[in-house]
Write a new protein. Sequence first.
Length: 406
Amino acid sequence: MRTLIRGVRVFDGERTVPAADVVIDGDRIGAVAIGGEVAGHADAVIDGAGKTLLPGLIDAHTHAFEGDLAEALTFGVTTELDMNNLPPLLAAQRRQAAERDDVADIRSSSMIATAPNGHPTQIMTADVLKALGTDRTLDTVADSGEAKAFVEARLAEGVDYLKIAIDDGGSSGMRLPALGPELAAVLVEAGHAAGLRVIAHTVTAREALIALDAGADGLAHLYSDVNEEQAEEMAARIAAYDAFVISTITYIEAVTGDPNGRELLRDPRIAARMSDRSKATFGREWADIPMHSQGVINASHAAAALRRAGVPVLAGTDCTPFGPVHGAGLHHELLLLTEAGWTAEQALAAATGTTARLFGLTDRGRIAPGLRADLLLVNGDPTTDITASRAIEEVWRGGVRRRRAA
């Protein structure tokens, strides 16, 4: 199947091209002709006038369970980076992504490495596990021997990167056991020896620096306890490390009870596509999750300061079946990044090309010949109005086209 998208504005994962002809040839991008026309036969032609073609979006922080990958693809999220899962459930999601073209692709860390009774064991209650359809609990790490065994077990599961937790709950007055600097360093060393990137769950500036001193490649969240005045100094310190940060302002918003995320339900472009299950997660009361009460505003200041300091920030939501929502949540995250002072192009790059580059996803995240045809076609210009990313016309995953909603 050869599809021509004619005369379309293109955001290629890094920059915007005002007009181009783009060919989808099988599961790959066949050609990109800037300012010109592509010769040759096309089985289907799509008029791109007034539309923008984007790489399929990549959510850099998710937790994917039954039904979540399908919901993600509905909103043009063609790849999810899963950041903590349970092996039998993850195996099912991997099979779906490998065998079906109506769900997003997935990469994963499998289980997070945490101290006994450490975060997130306090939220993985029997009721939560039952809702997820398993009785499997997290493996934990108490010493260096267990740390090395933990990494070996994840390697046997075929993980794509390693996730560790450094979170003592202090940001919200909780007291949780947490990995110390020495044990964190053992985990990072073992992960790097196996060729894995290591991502650290941290929510405070102090914990972030512990993780980076231990050698972590990235932080799973923006820190939530640094105010605007302190944000520049913290960003400068992080810039000294060769590391990235995943945003997840949407998650911080949800767990602190900020109602701003409900704007998705008021946007007909989103609400018409969202499942009833996802809609039901709005208004959920969160408990036992450490987060500073001023987390949203502090994280927004951090995002702006990190951007100015040249630290890569990737767009992620920390979406789960219980909220924030898969797919739609990433469009809200993009809006939050622009509200923090980013340009729309910077936000789009954080959900496409930048994430692909830093996670080694060399076949996606950009629009260029030979790359995987994971694509999102929208009405309007999201490079100037980020909410135009919600006006979804078409989604392709590996060159397979999904019909747009009415």
